[in-house]
Design a binder for this molecule. Sequence first.
Ligand code: RIB
Ligand code: CA
Length: 323
Amino acid sequence: MNPRIPIILDMDTGIDDALAIIYALQSPTLEVLGITTCFGNGDVATTTRNTLMMVELSKHTVPVYAGARDPLVGQFIPTAEAFHGRNGLGGLTDHRPQLRAEAESAVDYLRRIIRSRPGEITLVVTGRLTNLANALNADPGLGFLIKRVVLMGGAAFVGGNVTPVSEANIWGDPEAAWVVFHSGVELVMVGLDVTMQVMIEDAQVSGMDPRRAYTPVIQEALDFYLAAYNPGQPKGHRQAPLHDPLAVAVAEDPSLCELVGYPVDIELGGTMTRGMTVVDRRSWIRNDPNVLVCQSVDRERFLREFCTRLGFPLLDPGSVGPL
Ligand code: RIB
Ligand code: CA
């Protein structure tokens, strides 16, 4: 039997991060060593509480470490409430997990665990890259000890979601993204190019396995998420993207996506382009690739595994309604 793949999740736990936590904790091949949190889909107190809530409901034991409150430059600006609700999980129920975060900070934890297992650990980042950038700034050699960073973020050949060209996780701290993209660490970019192709639908949410402890919380959260992504659409005809679970799935099995190496940089200026992931497609320029960009995804294979693992019914591809 192959040893499990050691990973750390770094998240701004809103609704799709919550699904990603369950996907990772229920994986037969991933070993989740710890989860670090960051501002993003809420302030860091909210995203940490949501993370603890999902670990608790998944009935797993994983240490959680609170991380950055603010980006490298300026202060956290909340923008995600429309998609993740007042509390990051749809906004209706206030959750009070029993679990508590560790006393150690996210950055100290990342430095300690990565140095204790050089070359072994994959970091999956589904929020801003702030914690990793802070760790790299404090400990510049750290990047060479990380096996790979798989990030949900950016938009290589498609438009953005916060601005016409910027994706939320990069837009929320472009300076942090710049540090990571220039660090030399192996980067796999699971951007909007592929995450907007893997959708969850109403019929799956209503048909969730009622025996799982997390089902009521996830159903409430996904009802909000589906409404946010489909303004004016009636229930039964709504779809919304599984951004963050796809990043975990690619960390587990990179063959789910077609990965192509490109030089990618982060726009820090611009009047309309701050936070853009700028991909250099000029084949005649000798500029070494720094990012493996996910260009396409085996949507059906991912959705089959996602639904089976989390207790959603499988849908006939392209139709609305259970098989
Ligand atoms: O752009 C999508 C990303 O922004 C996801 O990680 C989502 O959770 C939000 O943080
Ligand atoms: Ca996220």
